[in-house]
Design a protein. Structure first.
Length: 194
């Protein structure tokens, strides 16, 4: 008989697949966070631009002419540049219902759009924070799923070589296969090299 992989080798093989999956989720979460920060920065820039101060440069030129003798004139020009910052406060105006009737979008449409946006954000958060170990399938159910998968392979001519709580090694001649169930209850089968 060939060598039988140890449970540590089987666990390492399953762990590599799970690490790849969670690495992709972590990258997606980082990109989403970066997008949220970008949008927040744009909104902050818009608020600052709308309520900011306006700087206006002022240039003053002064020319002094002096006559010293008949027919000769001396001219001196002095240029002074000054920047003045001015805050303009705009008085608030109140609108009446007659003036507000120009809006053609009903209130219920805005409420519906807000609810859809919240649902989309909630769905995105739920998908990005979903982990295999949290809220996974109980151990008894994983064992039942593994037993069902092993029974299916045995019916196709494979023999059980070794079985643990979450994986089984099957053999048919020189072929060896690992059947495993992860914490989410997904069953996978892949050939093992000898």
């Amino acid at each position: 008989m060939g060598s039988t992989p140890t449970p540590a080798v089987q666990t390492a093989a399953i762990g590599a697949e799970q690490a790849w999956h969670h690495g992709a989720v972590a990258k997606a979460a980082k990109l989403s966070g970066l997008g949220v920060l970008f949008v927040a920065g744009l909104l902050l820039a818009g608020v600052v631009a709308a309520g900011g101060r306006a700087a206006q440069p002022t240039t003053t030129e002064t020319t002094v002419e002096t006559t010293t003798a008949p027919g000769t004139t001396e001219s001196t020009t002095v240029t002074l540049q000054q920047t003045t910052t001015r805050r303009v406060i705009v008085p608030t105006t109140t609108t009446t219902s007659q003036e507000n009737s120009a809006s053609t979008t009903p209130t219920w449409v805005w409420v519906l759009l807000g609810a859809v946006a919240l649902a989309a954000v909630g769905l995105l958060v739920a998908l990005l924070t979903r982990r295999g170990g949290q809220g996974g399938v109980p151990g008894e159910e994983r064992r039942r799923r593994l037993d069902g998968a092993v029974a299916s392979w045995i019916a196709q001519g494979w023999a059980l070589d070794n079985q643990t709580a979450d994986s089984a090694v099957l053999r048919r001649g020189a072929e060896v296969m690992l059947v495993a169930v992860d914490e989410a209850g997904n069953v996978s089968a892949r050939p093992l090299s000898q």
